[in-house]
Design a protein. Structure first.
Length: 295
């Protein structure tokens, strides 16, 4: 598939609904709607705070690529960062603009609808480039990575989350869409591309990430791989294999209490912060939380 056609499919997918917004039961763009989304997100992915460390970027120039519904983006604003955002979809922009207004947050420097593969920003203009769960959806991920590094200042930090191809979630997708359909020769990469979120989703091994980022001049690369609710819920999805996937999660050393019932519409309203308790960092997790420094 040509890159433009793929980008157009990716746009169509994410423009229907930004990430996490399906969870909200309240009317769209009300304060309750955004509260539900935020409660849900940091219940579901509490390690984001550890990874992003929002409060350390007060007064710093931050670029977020693929801000989606803007849950992380508003943390930059709350922390006093000079924040710029770009996302492929108009839906994401509408969510974020409404959110800023509802909470009366400081205005960002710039919000743009555009592509990570062609960032409309000068070289070396940001102290931090942050992108969570986005670049693996780009038609040309290498090019998007190159762009992220181009706009970073020397000494600036890159923080990105990319999916792990060798994860419990990817293996489960393979069981459902390859093995169970009599096509065990289909690869994990094929499963992610065709069956995880927008068409064209990719997943990477740690080694591939270190090589890619090294080629772009990123040093001091740290990868913290997290077993997520996606991995855990996959272990509740295929009954004959649930015990096997639970064993994998146990062996991965994870004891996070995710339950399928928390992921229905209205989840954000039900989840209380006292339910949150996490251990993370496992080779089999779906999320590689990656940080590094531009040379
Ligand atoms: C899985 S969502 C993640 C959103 C947000 N970072 C979060 O964690 O909730 C993926 C986002 O990436 C955006 N996206 C996909 N391809 C993109 C591209 N080429 N350029 C910019 N944004 C893109 C989508 O519009 C969508 O908002």
């Amino acid at each position: 598939m040509k890159a433009d056609a793929l980008t157009s499919q990716v746009h169509q997918f994410w423009n229907k609904a930004s990430c996490d917004t399906h969870i909200a039961a309240a009317d769209k763009f009300t304060k309750s709607y955004f509260e539900e989304i935020e409660t849900y997100r940091y219940y579901d992915q509490p390690f984001i705070h550890k990874f992003a460390q929002f409060s350390r970027y007060r007064g710093k120039e931050v670029l977020e690529i693929g801000f989606g519904a803007g849950t992380d983006f508003i943390q930059w604003l709350r922390a006093g960062a000079v924040a710029t955002g770009i996302d492929l979809t108009e839906e994401a922009l509408a969510n974020l603009q409404a959110r800023i207004q509802v909470y009366g947050l400081p205005e960002p420097r710039q919000l743009v609808v555009g592509s990570a593969e062609n960032l409309p920003f000068p070289n070396a203009s940001f102290d931090l480039v942050y992108s969570f769960g986005v670049l693996h959806h780009c038609a040309d991920t290498q090019r998007a990575l190159g762009e992220a590094v181009r706009v970073l200042r020397p000494g600036g930090q890159l923080k990105i989350m990319l999916y792990n191809r060798h994860s419990i979630l990817a293996l489960n997708t393979w069981v459902k869409h390859a093995l169970a359909k009599g096509q065990p020769w289909k690869s994990l990469a094929w499963c992610l591309w065709n069956h995880v979120e927008s068409t064209g989703t990719k997943g990477y091994t740690k080694k591939e990430i270190i090589n890619m980022l090294g080629d772009f001049g990123i040093s001091r690369i740290a990868i913290d791989t997290e077993v997520t609710s996606a991995d855990t819920l996959a272990a509740q999805a295929v009954p004959p294999l649930n015990a096997f996937f639970r064993l994998l999660i146990y062996l991965a050393g994870v004891s996070y209490p995710w339950q399928r019932s928390f992921y229905d519409r209205g989840a954000g309203a039900r989840i209380t912060s006292s339910a949150v308790n996490s251990t993370g960092g496992s080779a089999l997790g779906f999320f590689h939380c990656i940080s590094g420094v531009k040379k």
